[in-house]
Design a binder for this molecule. Structure first.
Ligand SMILES: Cc1ncc(C[n+]2csc(CCOP(=O)(O)OP(=O)(O)O)c2C)c(N)n1
Ligand SMILES: [Mg+2]
Length: 263
């Protein structure tokens, strides 16, 4: 017999978020002289807000076809669009793993509360999002806890599904299965073409089910929204869920122009 699991204490909660805040993205304010802070006057941010809104509108117009497209095989951007639409974002915490999933979700998922997005900068060891969001769920059990990861990332820590199922930690894994490591053909052409370096196979929804979680494979863009809703509901009952979403590889990323040729 196992002892009853104790309810998370405020200490677990505050300790988790203290550690996480240490690696979260921090948006630096403008220098004090530009912002008017040093003068003691109240700031009027309306001009900046209007400028940002106008830039955002034209940027989003360019991206909407990719975000909302019904073509198959479909893009991971459609999945992110559906996450924004389906989740109760006031009550949701999202992270992502390294690789294209990070680059794809950061510009487009809109967190609406502090810690609604738990970020960590440019890169980290693949697979860590699973453990991170188990911790977040323990700290804030009333929230939907989501990790957005690729198939290679899942390969690093996928056995943790068993931990979550055994301990009844209801987190939702949105696994982008593009059957490989996206974009590696550009960086490692010889390894990819001659040694099959970046291709991956596997049926991860089935794997999650055998480990005690809810698993579902999604193959059509119109099924993404309903599957997200279904799986999110299941996690709120204390069972981990994994959606294996079959997408194409998506090399197109939204970035500010950079002098660094790698970006
Ligand atoms: C443990 C570890 N190994 C290797 C890397 C380097 N790396 C960063 S992204 C990536 C490929 C990610 O592929 P996948 O998770 O399938 O996402 P995709 O880009 O295909 O959507 C690799 C190997 C890393 N960050 N961590
Ligand atoms: Mg992949």
């Amino acid at each position: 017999m196992f002892a009853e699991k104790p309810a998370p204490t405020p200490k677990i909660r505050s300790e988790f978020f203290r550690k996480v805040s240490a690696c979260s993205v921090v948006v630096a304010p403008a220098a004090p002289s530009e912002s008017g802070w040093s003068s003691g006057k109240a700031r009027d941010g309306s001009r900046t807000a209007a400028e940002v809104a106008a830039m955002k509108k034209s940027w989003l117009e360019q991206w909407l076809p990719r975000l909302t497209s019904d073509e198959t095989p479909f893009s991971p951007y459609r999945v992110i669009w559906e996450m924004n639409r389906v989740f109760d974002r006031r009550n949701t915490m999202v992270t992502h793993d390294a690789g294209n999933p990070r680059d794809q979700i950061v510009p487009f998922y809109e967190a609406v509360t502090p810690r609604g997005y738990i970020g960590w900068g440019k890169s980290t060891h693949l697979g860590w999002g699973y453990g991170l969001m188990m911790g977040a769920k323990l700290a804030a059990p009333d929230k939907l806890s989501v990790n957005f990861m690729g198939d290679a990332a899942f390969g690093m820590t996928g056995m943790e599904v068993e931990t979550a199922a055994r301990e009844k930690i209801g987190l939702l894994t949105v696994l982008i299965n593009n059957q490989g490591m996206g974009g590696y053909d550009r960086g490692y052409p010889t390894a990819v073409t001659e040694f099959n370096f970046s291709n991956l196979t596997g049926q991860y929804a089935k794997m999650a089910e055998t480990l005690g979680a809810y698993g579902e494979r999604v193959e059509r863009p119109s099924d993404v929204g309903p599957a997200l809703e279904r799986a999110a509901r299941i996690t709120m009952e204390g069972r981990p869920a994994l959606l294996e979403i079959m997408t194409r590889q998506e090399p197109v990323l939204s970035r500010f122009p950079s002098k660094n040729p790698r970006n």
